[in-house]
Design a protein around this ligand. Structure first.
Ligand code: PLP
Length: 423
């Protein structure tokens, strides 16, 4: 079966991940929409996905997402729904909750947040009143929009104070954190970032929070998958509430979740539904259960460790190519680099890398106004790439930034050896 590429209009074979009766019916019924779905799968397979927040979910997770559970309305929680006919989807939500509790050693888990941002909104709703003071990493240092951006509900409804990182080392300045906490007496302290490549010192954050009587919220959207695989320390024993996504390193469906102790369980559940959300997305919750099942396997633990080993290898190889590696390395799947050594800023580098088929983001730099680039190894590690490929990727990076001829073909050749879905 072959379809027309939605952008280039060239004919190409349908990706094997769509070789199902459902997708064949879609192709017959709506070729225009099918072309877009097929074209995106092709794009993902033909280029290198190095956006730190992205990954490839398994065919099993995709099957749950595309299932008739998408039809079910289920406001409320298992055993206490506002709709009839929820007995089966209740089992899906109970399975997701039980698996997540076991995976993370949490007393309570809410798997309903539609996204990481929805999880953070609900965490604030559970703990805070509008106008309360919150201490979080500043956006110029890697804080998320939900950590006080004026363009986000968080910055509008709460009084955010920003802590930063040391300009020299790029590491969280715990002395500054403590000083700001004592001065501003926040109701909550948020630890977590979109680009920080090191583990937060959760014990130190807990101590500062206790010192000023603040709640500690860990926004572990990025590292929670590494935590599941035993490749990163867990915030669960330290934070009052842990917010997370299920689609980053954790490799599940696009969505969020909240972990907390038994004493906050009711407040968190009411903050999710009915305070900030309506009906739960039961197909996504079933897919979360499938992903938690996968994440509990030894295969996932080796994936998580390999993801970090690959990021370390890549950081080292990029330094060898003349890039400045932020914080001098990484403990996670994230690598931040300043490409200034190759004569360009982050925005220019991102454009040249995209033209070569290496897809990634820019990021804040702890010094000056320029941008760096942020990349992650979660997706390429799912594809089966190892340390040898990381060295190759670093060479391709430098070649792409220098705009050498023929880089795109070399990137495609590398990607072609590691198809994200079996064909
Ligand atoms: C990704 C991320 C989020 C938001 O997740 P979405 O699903 O995009 O809403 C929130 N906080 C942090 C730290 C993140 O990295």
């Amino acid at each position: 079966m072959s379809v027309t590429h939605p952008v280039t209009h060239a004919a190409h074979p349908a990706p094997a991940v769509y070789d199902s009766p459902g997708f064949r019916a879609l192709l017959r019924q709506d070729p225009q929409a099918a072309d877009i779905l097929y074209g995106e799968a092709r794009r993902q397979a033909d280029s290198l996905q190095m956006i730190a927040a992205e990954n490839f979910t398994s065919p099993a997770v995709l099957a749950a997402l595309g299932s008739p559970l998408a039809n079910k309305y289920a406001e409320g929680y298992p055993g206490a729904r506002h709709h009839g006919g929820c007995e089966i989807v209740d089992a899906a939500e109970r399975l997701a909750v039980e698996r997540a509790k076991a995976l993370f050693g949490a007393e309570h888990v809410n798997v309903q947040p539609h996204s990481g941002s929805s999880a953070v909104l609900a965490a604030y709703a559970a703990l805070l009143r509008p106008g309360d003071t919150v201490l979080a990493m500043g956006l110029p240092y890697g804080g998320h929009l939900t950590h006080g951006s004026p363009a986000n509900f968080s910055g509008r409804w709460f009084d955010f104070v920003a802590y930063g990182v040391d300009a020299e080392t790029g590491l969280v300045d715990l002395h500054q954190l403590r000083t700001l906490a004592r001065h501003h007496r926040p109701k909550a302290i948020v630890c977590g970032s979109i680009s920080y490549p090191r583990h937060p010192d959760y014990a130190a954050f807990r101590e500062v929070a206790d010192d000023v009587g603040a709640y500690l919220v860990a926004d572990a959207a990025h590292p929670i998958g590494l935590v599941a695989g035993g490749a990163a320390p867990s915030p669960v024993p330290y934070a009052d509430i842990v917010c997370a996504t299920t689609h980053k390193v954790l490799r599940g469906p696009r969505g969020g979740m909240i972990l907390c102790g038994a004493e906050l369980a009711d407040r968190v559940d009411r903050a999710v539904f009915p305070f900030t959300q309506g009906g739960a997305q039961m197909h996504t919750i079933a897919a979360k259960a499938v992903a938690f099942g996968e994440a509990a396997t030894p295969a996932f633990a080796s994936y998580a460790h390999q993801t970090v080993a690959n990021a370390r290898e890549l950081a080292e190889a990029l330094a060898g190519e003349g890039f400045t590696v932020l914080t001098g390395g990484t403990d996670t799947h994230i690598v931040g680099v300043d490409p200034a050594g190759l004569g360009v800023d982050g925005r220019t580098a991102r454009g040249r890398l995209a033209a070569a088929g290496i897809v990634l983001d820019t990021c804040a730099l702890p010094y000056g106004d320029g941008r760096g680039i942020r990349l992650g190894t979660a997706a390429v590690t799912t594809q089966g790439m190892g340390r040898g490929e990381m060295t190759r990727i670093a060479g391709l990076f430098a070649a792409a930034v220098r705009e050498d001829a023929g880089v795109q073909a070399r990137v495609r050749e590398l990607a072609a050896g590691f198809p994200p879905y079996p064909s």
